[in-house]
Ligand binder design. Sequence first.
Ligand code: GLN
Length: 232
Amino acid sequence: SVQAASKPHYTITTDTTYPPFEFQTANGQFKGIDMDLLKAIAKREGFTYTLKPMSFNSGVQSVQAGQADAIIAGMTITDERRQTFDFSDPYYKSGIVIAANEKNKKVNSLADLKGQKVAVKTGTAGAEYAMSLAKKYDLKIVSFNDSNTMYADVMVGNEAAAFEDQPVMAYAIAQGTKMKIISKPAQAGDYGFAVKKGANAALLDKFNQGYASLVADGTYDKIVQSYLGKHG
Ligand code: GLN
């Protein structure tokens, strides 16, 4: 319709798989907390978008290259990223945990990882954290493009543990991934929707306004609870 054509249209990137924030259903639909927030915000704020799922690292780069207008991918707001991105208001609290194969009796703490291989996801806050510990614990870092492949490689025993965001790791375990969290959450941070610094201020504004209205009328809580239950 004429009205639909007049709405601003954006290209927004997300991670290929990062449940409960984004994941693909059996019929190819993208679902999750980020996906539902974005959909509801676009509807309220009157914009449309094309979703471009890709590895987290590629998504980050595509926004920087101007190939995508924004990213929503369980992306942690960090001071380093603030130099090249403008972030929305924070919408979810997170932190980084270390997780090992549930059956691995020898790995129960960070100290147990000394001299071993650990798995990280390229370009993530978890990877940065692992690198910051690498010298002290003599960690040998192995990088992956997506979380599922990373978990699978730890499960077959190629790495002793993976560095992952707490809500994502806890959700994977609750959904049946046979891993155990062996550390307290570290590097606490919040997730934000992000655009390239200085670009797309209008989109960022719409996100913040839409997000505030979803919080105010309880829709935000409903979305989170639909994935995590009442105590999520
Ligand atoms: N929260 C982490 C980060 O921003 C990981 C994001 C992800 O893997 N999608 O680096």
